[in-house]
Design a protein around this ligand. Structure first.
Ligand SMILES: [Fe+2]
Length: 257
């Protein structure tokens, strides 16, 4: 299969399958800046096609991590999973690779198999930075500047606890650095409401989150800098043999421009 990739002006790119399968792919980074994400329906569950397209789009700046097995992270929901990505329980709002000096700018998420009880389960949720900041200020009186100082605590075995502010500066832009599943409040309630910072962040995220459902072959491209993401609760559908089952399966690739 041959793909022709045209990069127009650095912001919009098109992928044309030479064996003619319209419509062509367009990634609109201005729209992603406005909303935090873009969904391309019926892209097709073809990981190699996506990888080669993003390789061209990013000029080779695909994000590599040994932890996820290279460039492509393919995962499904598993019973008793230890890793966050494979658990059936609802995930926390987060930035991918938040502890890296430069977290990857974008995440492409390709649905290989939706949740067995989709669309009720396995949906994706995204929080845009601007919606988050406006609500945090309106409800809890915490401004953007406050949130660049207000830190959550992260504790991992074998190392001292450390604090990371919810917002950060990167290349002159305000970005998220956050993982609500890993974070802890530092000193109990800090806000007039009696909530801790983590509780307030989670409450506001649930308030302003945009919810959507991916079908098989749908492609989600989202900002990892100006948006948080998570997945909702997932399910497992066991077959009668008691060992094999169906569950949500996703492939993700992170990249920079
Ligand atoms: Fe993630």
């Amino acid at each position: 299969m041959i793909h022709d990739v045209d990069v127009d002006d650095g912001k919009v790119a098109r992928l044309k399958n030479s064996r003619a399968k319209p419509p062509s792919l367009e990634v609109d980074f201005e729209a992603i800046e406005r909303t935090g994400y873009q969904i391309i329906r019926d892209y097709g569950p073809n990981i190699e096609r996506l990888k080669s397209f993003l390789e061209s789009l990013s000029n080779g700046k695909l994000f590599h991590s040994e932890r996820i097995g290279g460039v492509v992270h393919q995962f499904s929901v598993l019973p008793g999973a230890k890793s966050l990505a494979e658990q059936a329980s609802c995930g926390g709002y987060h930035t991918d690779f938040m502890f890296q000096p430069r977290p990857p700018a974008y995440i492409a998420l390709l649905c290989l198999r939706p949740d067995p009880k989709h669309p009720v389960f396995g949906r994706n949720q995204i929080v845009h930075r601007d919606d988050f900041i406006a609500k945090m200020e309106n409800v809890f009186g915490l401004s953007e500047a406050d949130l660049k100082c207000a830190a959550l605590r992260y504790i991992f075995p074998g190392r001292p606890a450390f604090d990371v502010p919810v917002l950060d500066n990167l290349d002159g832009r305000t970005i998220f650095r956050l993982h609500t599943s890993l974070a802890q409040d530092r000193n109990g309630p800090i806000l007039r409401s009696g909530l801790g910072l983590k509780e307030a962040v989670e409450a506001v995220c649930s308030d302003v989150a945009q919810d959507f459902v991916l079908d098989r072959g749908d492609l989600l491209i989202m900002s990892n800098h100006i948006a948080l993401h998570r997945r909702s609760e997932c399910t497992l559908a066991y077959r009668s043999d008691g060992t094999s089952f169906d569950s949500r399966e996703i492939a993700s690739i992170r990249f920079d421009l």
